[in-house]
Design a protein around this ligand. Structure first.
Ligand code: NAD
Length: 509
């Protein structure tokens, strides 16, 4: 095995340069623009990532375009064998990847390993690409005529990803895209870019041909160049709602297929008959895990009827036990936020909560987290009402908010009237109510006593309303559909017995 780039090591005041990966090798950026990369637990800059110009995006597109014909023609069994090798290498190097994630994102190592494990499941699903691309066949659709369907790759496709899952979300995209025979250009988040380069080296080592997988770093300039490039035929995006909408509108205006997943405001409904300890454990885990920087994080807990007081007490009791610290420390359960600026933005929601009529039950600004770095300890707000900023905004930090309602119908109305529709959960012992909830709720991913219902790799991931622009969800069967086009062949072989001139419209009977 060739030598892989080692994960970043914390050396005093090292600032490493992070460059693009094009055509199977590192390509240093020449735009003269770059962005800082931090270790959020230390609060200091550890890297500088090159920002691509439109010309550098074009370089990657040319590499991907050149690689496409041979990759497309590679047999399914060979592609599958390469994907199995990718799976092995990602699995073998999962701890290195996790350490890179923790160093740049801040999430604790166990969480980073969980992220890689969920990404691996998508790669494993894609190892079955020969089965996934099987079409249909109808013999004797008409006399002597057979009809069959096939799915073919699109060409050069792009993926633009957010900071909060720097390894898993790219895997949601590149694994099915290249398994289907496309070549891929990844524009990862500029906040934690190193994992993508590390994975690129693993793909090369696994036998993915040069140019099939490329990484270009950057900001809006790079994104716009991807969205406008005539040779990129489809774009997958995951990020915040305003950018998702912009990406969808720009990509489709440029005649590209696009799936753009946006932000979220996930409600967890707790009915009076719920197991309150189970619900409190779930709310704390799903609200504060990864410092609340998950698109499937629970941010609103809707307490129905008399569940509220007991639930608030149970959550409050658990918060002091959450160990906040450097993600590299195995004792830590919650790490820092991604930047100092974001930490301050999240803290402002707690600051403003009383003026909005809410109660601050636990204030994360009052200690409980290391002083250096971008830390904020968990906060709990009660009586948070729709129409306030703490309710309406996606806070994306360790702030759990409770809202109180009288009935199940009130709770469902809140979820359905919310502009987002990514995830939701109901906590109850009543199977009938849970079934009714699954029927009623206007949200793409639903949990029944499960707070973070991220679908397994053989289903597809995606929200409704402002959480998804486009039609197809990511990975699973819809991911395969997104990265392929259907073709139907109607065929007849020469047979003198049935051959005649007939100018009528073809009929089958
Ligand atoms: P973001 O929208 O700021 O950035 C996402 C990507 O878009 C990055 O690659 C970034 O470089 C690029 N970008 C940022 N501003 C841009 C602009 N003005 N023009 C063009 N491109 C731009 O999101 P983020 O802060 O990195 O990630 C957090 C957000 O992502 C949250 O809203 C979260 O809910 C969402 N998210 C959603 C899902 C999902 O599956 N629905 C999953 C993970 C994260």
């Amino acid at each position: 095995m060739t030598e892989l780039a080692s994960p970043p090591v914390e050396k005093a005041q090292d600032v490493k340069r992070i460059s693009h990966w094009i055509g199977g090798r590192v390509v240093e950026g020449e735009s003269g623009r770059s962005g800082p990369v931090y270790n959020p637990a230390l609060g200091r800059q550890t890297g500088a990532v090159d920002f691509a110009s439109a010309e550098e995006i074009d370089l990657a597109v040319q590499a991907a375009k050149a690689a496409f014909p041979a990759w497309r023609a590679t047999s399914l069994s060979k592609k599958s064998a390469i994907l199995f090798e990718v799976r092995e290498l990602v699995h073998d190097h999962r701890e290195d990847i996790a350490r890179i994630l923790t160093a740049e994102h801040g999430k604790v190592l166990s969480d980073a390993l969980g992220e890689v494990a969920r990404g691996l499941e998508v790669i494993e699903y894609c190892c079955g690409i020969p089965e996934l691309l099987k079409g249909g066949y109808s013999e004797q659709a008409s006399t002597g005529v057979d009809v069959y369907s096939i799915r073919q790759p699109l060409g050069v496709v792009g993926g633009i990803t957010p900071f909060n899952f720097p390894a898993m979300v790219p895997m949601w995209m590149w694994a099915p895209a290249i398994a289907c025979g496309n070549t891929f250009i990844l524009k990862p988040s500029e906040k934690d870019p190193s994992a993508s380069n590390y994975v690129a080296e693993l793909l090369k080592e696994a036998g993915v041909p040069d140019g099939v997988f490329n990484v270009v770093h950057g900001d809006k300039v790079a994104v716009d160049a991807v969205l406008e490039h005539p040779d990129i035929v489809a774009v997958s995006f995951v990020g915040s709602t305003p950018i998702a909408k912009y990406v969808y509108e720009t990509a489709t205006r440029n005649h590209k297929r696009c799936q753009a997943l946006g932000g979220a405001k996930n409600h967890m409904i707790v009915l009076p008959d719920a197991d309150i300890d189970m619900a409190a454990d779930a709310a704390v885990s799903a609200g504060y895990g990864s410092a609340g920087e998950r698109c499937m994080a629970v941010s609103m807990v809707v307490a129905v009827g008399h569940a509220a007081d007991e639930l608030v007490d149970a959550i409050k009791e658990r918060i002091p036990n959450v160990k906040v610290g450097d993600g590299m420390d195995p004792a830590s359960e919650m790490g820092p936020l991604i930047t100092g600026e974001h930490r301050d933005k999240v803290a402002a929601y707690v600051e403003n909560a009383p003026a909005e009529g809410a109660t601050v039950v636990v204030d994360g600004r009052n200690g409980g987290a290391p002083d250096e770095g971008f830390f904020l300890a968990p906060s709990l707000l009660d009586d948070v009402k729709p129409g306030t900023k703490a309710y309406d905004d996606e806070i994306f930090g360790p702030v759990l908010a409770i809202t109180r309602v009288e009935t199940y119908d009130d709770a469902v109305r809140l979820v359905n009237e919310n502009p987002y529709g990514n995830g939701t959960a109901i906590f109850t012992r009543d199977g009938g109510v849970a079934r009714q909830f699954q029927f009623d709720v206007q949200v793409g991913m639903v949990g029944v006593n499960v707070p973070i219902p991220v679908p397994v790799a053989y289903y597809s991931f995606g929200g409704w309303k402002n959480s998804l622009f486009g039609d197809l969800h990511v990975y699973g069967p819809e991911g395969i559909d997104f990265y392929t086009r259907g073709k139907v062949v109607t065929s007849r072989w020469p047979d003198p017995a049935t051959s005649k001139v007939d100018l009528g419209f073809p009929q089958t009977r």
